[in-house]
Design a binder for this molecule. Structure first.
Ligand code: CDP
Length: 229
């Protein structure tokens, strides 16, 4: 039987990680794990319960919130306390506040433990911000995906428009929000976004999705074929 590996894909907001990771996993027959979806689900709950501000300052409340929040991924669905929130977590409102919640140590500790467990059996493609640095520092293949902020804003704009044709947000605003989120993700104390030393950088500004998938797929095959065990 072929050796299974862990593929960690990190990078800034809207750099194409999840689209690429999903297709790559399918091509390899691997499981895809979207760790951003987990942070988004926590954020959705904090926003809908109007707790965001309090969670940032009230440690006891935060611990209670984390203990009472259950996030689960199943195939293409995201479950929050047994409710399907797959669509709701993609709102621009959640995108705007997710970096505040993901910077909280208690939240990261809970979600990191789940993510490590999910990757234990290998055969996974996991995307996020700290997969190659903190979750799987020994991943056989690490990719750092990036693209210019303008290009990323254009992609996110098209994605949001496809979900809601009446979307009332400008490309400039989206670009500013994306830059702000990167800034917060890169400068937090716990597991900030950074390229792992041994990650392969993939600038996707002028690549198609198919090209991105193909490049990583070839790298993955090299690792699979040369891995011992
Ligand atoms: O899809 P997009 O690039 O917009 O973001 P995402 O992957 O859904 O992640 C949303 C947010 O969750 C990020 O901006 C981070 O604040 C946080 N996140 C994180 O801190 N660590 C991860 N491993 C994944 C996401």
């Amino acid at each position: 039987m072929k050796k299974k590996i862990v593929i960690a894909i990190d990078g800034p907001a809207a750099s194409g990680k999840s689209t690429t990771a999903k297709l790559l996993a399918k091509k390899l027959g691997y499981i895809y794990i979207d760790t951003g979806a987990m942070y988004r689900a926590f954020t959705l709950k904090a926003l809908s319960e109007n707790l965001l501000e309090s969670l940032l300052v009230d440690e006891a409340l935060l611990h209670q919130f984390v203990a009472n929040t259950d996030v689960r991924l199943s195939d293409a669905q995201v479950w929050l306390d047994e409710r399907d929130v797959t669509a709701d977590i993609r709102s621009n409102e959640v995108s705007k506040f997710v970096s505040k919640i993901s910077a909280l140590k208690a939240v990261r500790e809970k979600l990191s433990a789940i993510q490590k467990k999910l990757g234990e059996a290998k055969g996974v493609v996991m995307d996020g911000r700290d997969i190659g640095t903190a979750i799987f520092p020994n991943a056989e293949l690490k990719i750092y995906m990036m693209a210019s902020a303008r290009e990323r804003a254009k992609r996110r704009y098209a994605e949001l428009k496809a979900q809601n044709a009446d979307l009332d947000v400008s490309l400039d605003t989206l670009e500013a929000e994306i830059r702000q989120r990167d800034e917060e993700d890169m400068n937090r104390t716990v597991s900030p976004l950074r390229k792992a030393d041994d990650a392969v950088v993939l600038d996707t500004s002028s690549l198609t999705v198919e090209e991105q998938v193909e490049r990583i797929y070839q790298l993955a095959l090299e690792k699979i074929n040369c891995s011992k065990e």
